[in-house]
Design a protein. Sequence first.
Length: 585
Amino acid sequence: MTEVADPLRTLVAPFASAITAAFGPDYAATDPQLRRSQQPQFGDYQANVAMGLARRVGRGPREVAEAIVAALDVGELCERVEVAGPGFINLTMRPEHLAAAVTAVAGDENLGIAPAQEPETVVVDYSAPNVAKEMHVGHLRSTVIGDALVRLLGAVGHRVIRQNHLGDWGTPFGMLIEHLVDVGAQTGGAIPSIGDLDAFYREARTKFEADADFAERARARVVTLQSGDETTLTLWRALVAESERHFQAVYERLGVCLAAGDVRGESFYNPLLDETVEELEGLGLLVVDQGALCAFPPGFVGREGQPLPLIVRKRDGGYGYDATDLAALRFRVRDLAAQHVVYVVDARQSQHFAMVFAVGEQAGWLGDGRRAEHVAFGTVLGPDGRPFKTRAGGTVKLVELLEEAVQRAEAVVAENGRELHADERSAVARAVGIGALKYADLANDRVKDYAFDWDRMLSFDGNTAPYLQYARARICSIFRRAGEEGPGVGAGAVVVEEPTERALALALLSFDGAVQQSAELLQPHRLCTYLFDLATAFTTFYEHCPVLRADSDQQRSSRLALCDLTARVLGRGLELLGIEAPDRM
RNA sequence: GCCCUCGUAGCUCAGCGGAUAGAGCACCGGCCUCCGGAGCCGGUUGCGCAGGUUCGAGUCCUGCCGAGGGCGCCA
């Protein structure tokens, strides 16, 4: 069951009735513009509809507000409704109603998260590491943000299909195989392990850039690969398998949902490229330009003002990523039946995706209820404000970053933690270290670059994973203690009396809104901000309201119920971000 | 040259057109024998600049300045 508990939802219908009663059915659909009030003096919630409506009905805003209030039937919900300032309608809820709403959320397994009215099939394309390369810090954001979005979209009731668009095809791959053939004579053709593969990739890259003859062979090798040459494919499969073992190990360490079955690499689309191109050609969207088959979506120009192409088929007859991305979009919309395709990819590729989507619309794959969206994110910056690198200037390997996160967390936990068994302590260190790393990535507006800072992300103060985990662990501790102190623990009836209780109740009721907004805007940081606010509200409550030493059994059990729900919301919220929440730390 | 993104407190960051712009850190001053001190309360400092739209702009639009990124066969 999901009972509508958030007053921001509950109040919509009464406002619609009141607006209709006051101004007629033409205005029935007017958004009441209900918001949380920023300050207690303005009540719990406010409706800002009157100011905008005033012009439409040709009356003064305060007068409009008064008319709405006069027709508003919220006696059971609100103890006070006031018109203030230019025409704000300030609503103060009845404590009994807040208590009932909190109780409803507590009894809801979804903690108030309302299911989508129109569930969609959403494809989320994220992570997308490259075969034959170790995952590095550059893959962190796509993987972490994408995974949070998968969880969020699922939580609000959408059908989510994860797609790991592995870089297992294309020019770099021809280069790698060609290099493998070159050195194979000396090594007996053994496939390097993934650790060596990184160096192997650099060698191939260097050779590709320095040796024009090799570069030509590499390009030809891509064509050989695409034509299905068995010898080439054998080498290719070995590289892919070795790489996938590495990726899965990282995913498990990182605690993301991606599984082997979610892999649909670039190679998958190889057999679909011809038909994709034929379809585009049939629609008259392709022209030959400088020997290459191109689409020119309108509105994109290059350096000299010339139309900018998507190169669907290269001069040498090979297909590049433009073709693959078009085929992937087509596949996702047609075969996966996606109504929404989400690409969690670096912001630098925004123009590329804009062009792919534009062609997708020209081809009729998008539009008519189907849409694609580039969920762009910024760069991880080091302390110098430049892209995050090792001291030597190399890329930071993801496994090493995870390792360091856990090590640093271990030190923090050892220093500050309670007495924990070694096993539990290392589990907590993992949860805290990995959680801190992921949360730091999620807590900022994803479109911006963010500064990587170990001390800040592992701090128990501020908007961090450890702070939220700690807040929840403290609550768990209250219940352990309560258990020791005897009966009376359990789901008590909630009573909202003190201001800090009211503030906490309001925060708890906002969980649904935070999740919905985060999922709708594809911005996990909004959920982070909410959880931090909730934890802050809890701390203030806990400071002012004795729980175990409450005045009466009724008050005690009510406050325990608030504690319990807070812990569950914090736990669920972190879970939606892909972060573990240990009971003790 | 054109296009995209960003610019909020000393630092790191919130703020889906609403009232007096918030948080953490840092700094200053208080408080509490405190159910987990990793505490509580208070204070100082800010929307890059200039126009415009709006009853109302940090938020939307235009221009400028600054930072980053992109701009044909790499992904």
